[in-house]
Design a protein around this ligand. Structure first.
Ligand SMILES: Cc1ncc(COP(=O)(O)O)c(C=O)c1O
Length: 391
């Protein structure tokens, strides 16, 4: 029986044709596909600008740097996220404060954020500081609440939307909060890694309504170099490095794949949502389902991950091993970042209750657009076999 991964890319004939067209063209990088992809992204997301770059990590780094995060800045981030959310702050020599999350959803907890913000000294508030909610697993983070709190304390807001393109949330008030809308955040960042919604091999983007932030991110993406003179100037070849940036460029080959994948994003979302509903409907009817908590039914969830949470301590690790032996690959998203040796050295040994509870039970089971119904049934069946054998 073939392995069922927890996630994987979907590459179509059109995707391959798009790459083939670029590989025989004049520009493999710094050509027209990059601007085309940026225009398509800003249209799809309904934001003013998109700056594409070499990874989701690079997108976070560019967004932080362009927002003015630097030495002495503070970044407040949820403890449940991938290292990149934090690492990109460290690249800018900023300090990090870990905020707790909901034990049910893994999303940043606004009460904990408020507490973290209240601990910030007046002196620190003079600096450029940032809050980065992560729209984890495809659920929109409480962006409105985070944005109000951030503003109140003079912090900027960057949404890490690597998991959530196309996600929205119906609020109790009746309004809709969209991921990457540009309404609550200064910028949001995407990743185009193969396990994400759309892939470029590697790749990322900064989405923003701020022309200034986009201009700065675009310059920093390519060494901090600007071209201050136009084609009609006597030295049109002249470029000037105005600050220190990086080579975070996306190639035209990757951008061509991105354009083709973006055309498929609506379909990918429909497939992910249908599969997630099918998991929810099938699992909640099974008696073995009492052993874990399921994610909430949420029509706007972009379902990057389908995370179940084992109630009994120790069961998650046994389930991961059992399922692997049955060729069903699962993953833990995430070990709270403060538990990693690198961050523990920085912040000491801390344990946040929501993050600990979430982490203890969480297991991401396979979900990707072309997961077949047969494979999905096999995942459900093996989960049942696990519970029968180990309870
Ligand atoms: C929440 C989150 N942020 C950022 C990243 C970084 O993206 P990339 O792998 O494209 O650098 C990831 C990647 O897994 C992620 O899951």
């Amino acid at each position: 029986m073939a392995l069922i991964p927890y996630s994987r890319q979907s590459i179509s004939h059109e995707d391959i044709t798009s790459i083939n067209q670029v590989i025989t063209s004049d520009f493999l990088t710094q050509g027209p596909k990059v601007q085309d992809f940026e225009r398509e992204l800003s249209n799809w997301f309904g934001v003013e600008d998109a700056v594409v770059c070499s990874s989701g990590t690079a997108a976070l780094h560019l967004a932080y740097a362009a927002a003015g995060v630097g030495e002495g800045s503070l970044g407040i981030i949820p403890a449940i996220t991938f290292s990149a959310t934090a690492n990109a702050l460290k690249y800018q020599s900023a300090q990090i404060s870990f905020c707790d999350v909901s034990p049910h959803t893994g999303l940043i907890d606004p009460e904990s954020l408020e507490y973290c913000l209240e601990q910030v000294s007046e002196e620190q508030k003079e600096k450029t500081n940032i809050v980065t909610p992560v729209s984890f697993a495809g659920s929109v983070a409480p962006l409105e609440k985070c944005s109000l709190l951030a503003k109140e304390h003079g912090f900027g807001l960057i949404e890490d939307a690597s998991h959530s393109p196309g996600a929205w949330k119906q609020e109790e008030s009746g309004s809709k909060t969209k991921s990457s809308s540009g309404l609550w955040e200064d910028a949001s960042t995407l990743s185009f890694h193969p396990v994400k919604h759309i892939c470029c091999g590697e790749g990322g983007a900064v989405l923003t309504n701020s022309g200034k932030l986009a201009e700065s991110a675009r310059k920093l993406r390519s060494h901090g170099i600007a071209r201050p003179f136009g084609e009609n100037h006597e030295t049109p070849w002249r470029y000037e490095q105005e600050e220190l940036g990086w080579n975070y460029r996306l190639t035209d080959l990757q951008a061509a794949l991105g354009i083709s994948q973006l055309k498929r994003l609506d379909d990918f979302l429909t497939q992910r949502r249908a599969l997630a509903s099918r998991y929810l409907e099938s699992l909640k009817e099974k008696p073995f389902c009492d052993h874990f908590e399921l994610p909430e039914i949420d029509p706007g969830n972009a379902w990057h991950l389908f995370v179940i949470r084992f109630k009994e301590k120790g069961k998650r690790d046994l389930a991961h091993k059992f399922l692997k032996e049955k060729n069903v690959l699962t993953q833990v998203h995430y070990v709270p970042l403060y538990r990693h040796p690198y961050f523990e050295k920085m912040v000491g040994k801390i344990r946040l209750p929501g993050a600990e509870t979430f982490y203890r039970g969480c297991l991401s089971i396979p979900l990707y657009p072309h997961l077949t119904v047969n494979d999905q049934d096999k995942v459900i069946e093996e989960l049942g076999n696990f519970v029968n054998q180990f309870s």
